[in-house]
Design a protein around this ligand. Structure first.
Ligand code: PBG
Length: 324
């Protein structure tokens, strides 16, 4: 008789036949920071802190010492610096370029990834430049935005970023950023593209963390419809053709089918982003004493990897390393 349970009989046998294992090298830690000298706990994300620059360097060092190879930078920009054209996003003396310089000086082997999108800098809170027509209808301008994203990517490259990561979902931005980087001599700077980024309600806590929610309208004209999966393949083929080095699916846990499809479509590395709302759900269930935090977090991360993700962006990165 066929007895599949034989392969599950002891921990030793289970470890031999295990198909998916997690390691610290799988994780990328998203980090929030601001200009203030004080660290601020983020109310919408229990256990997550918005760091001062000094603390950010310490936090990055701790993550790297645990074996995490990379961090992604998410700045909170002061209201006074936000403008309709988001000029602050390519200020070489701005918060992100300064953070990149101190991080690379303190931790030369840490891979520093930057978010390329206008929302932290844009007075409208959108990832691109907003225009209103005569009737007050809101439009997010594509090509005008891409030109600014190129400036932003170049600014990050000048400061020493290893990877720039466009999260804006404008059309044609990967090709434009690649060309801008190459023309300026930054041929070694990689592009991690948010390829299939959905218009998800699970980004809510993140927008609270950075005060970056759209002032008006939503992001459905540029982020993808959660009902669609073929469109993710279309975006995959485009980003690959445009020269992306790595692709990303976001969110992760509710989009495992998309991760699997993107994995089958491309030979490029695939990342998945366990977003703020996923973090909050797991964290609250554990805080209520309803679910076992270590078990649910490691299971959720294993499922994301099993679906086909090579890299996982997760707010649990440090904790997961300690558990492993
Ligand atoms: C913005 C950006 C968002 C996230 C990463 N980059 C929010 C958004 O698109 O509105 C969300 C991350 C998370 O929820 O953890 N470009």
């Amino acid at each position: 008789m066929n007895r599949p349970r034989r392969n599950r009989r002891t921990p030793a046998i289970r470890s031999m036949v295990r198909e998916t294992t997690l390691s610290p090298a799988d994780f990328i830690l998203p980090v929030f920071f601001h200009e203030d000298a004080e660290d601020t706990p983020i109310a919408s994300m229990p256990g997550v802190t918005r760091w001062s620059l000094v603390s950010l360097v310490r936090e990055a060092g701790e993550a790297h010492a645990l074996g995490i190879p990379a961090i992604v930078l998410f700045p909170k920009i002061g209201e006074a610096l936000k403008t309709p054209f988001a000029e602050e996003c390519h200020n070489d003396a701005g918060l992100v370029p300064r953070a990149i310089r101190v991080l690379k000086a303190a931790h030369p082997t840490l891979c520093v990834i930057t978010d390329v999108a206008l929302d932290p800098y844009n007075s409208d809170g959108h990832d691109g430049i907003v225009q209103r027509d005569g009737r007050g209808e809101l439009d997010v301008l594509n090509d005008e935005t891409v030109a600014v994203l190129c400036e932003q990517a170049l600014c990050h490259a000048r400061a020493g970023a290893d990877i720039v990561s466009p999260s804006d979902m404008m059309d044609g931005r990967v090709a434009a950023i690649r060309e801008a980087l190459d023309d300026a001599g930054f041929t070694k700077v990689s592009i991690l593209s948010y390829t299939a980024k959905y218009a998800s309600a699970f980004y809510g806590p993140f927008r609270g963390a950075l005060d970056s929610a759209p002032k008006d309208g939503d992001k459905k004209t540029y982020q993808m419809d959660p009902a669609n999966s073929r469109e993710a393949i279309r975006e995959t083929l485009l980003d690959e053709a445009e020269g992306a080095d790595m692709l990303m699916v976001k969110p992760a846990g509710l989009y495992l089918d998309i991760i699997a499809k993107v994995r089958e479509t491309t030979t490029l590395p695939v990342a998945a982003y366990q977003v703020s709302g996923e973090y909050l759900m797991l964290k609250s269930a554990a805080a209520g004493g309803w679910l076992d935090e270590k078990a649910i977090v490691l299971e959720s991360l294993t499922a994301i990897k099993r679906a086909g993700a090579d890299m996982i962006l997760t707010y649990f990165a440090k904790q997961a390393c300690r558990w492993l």
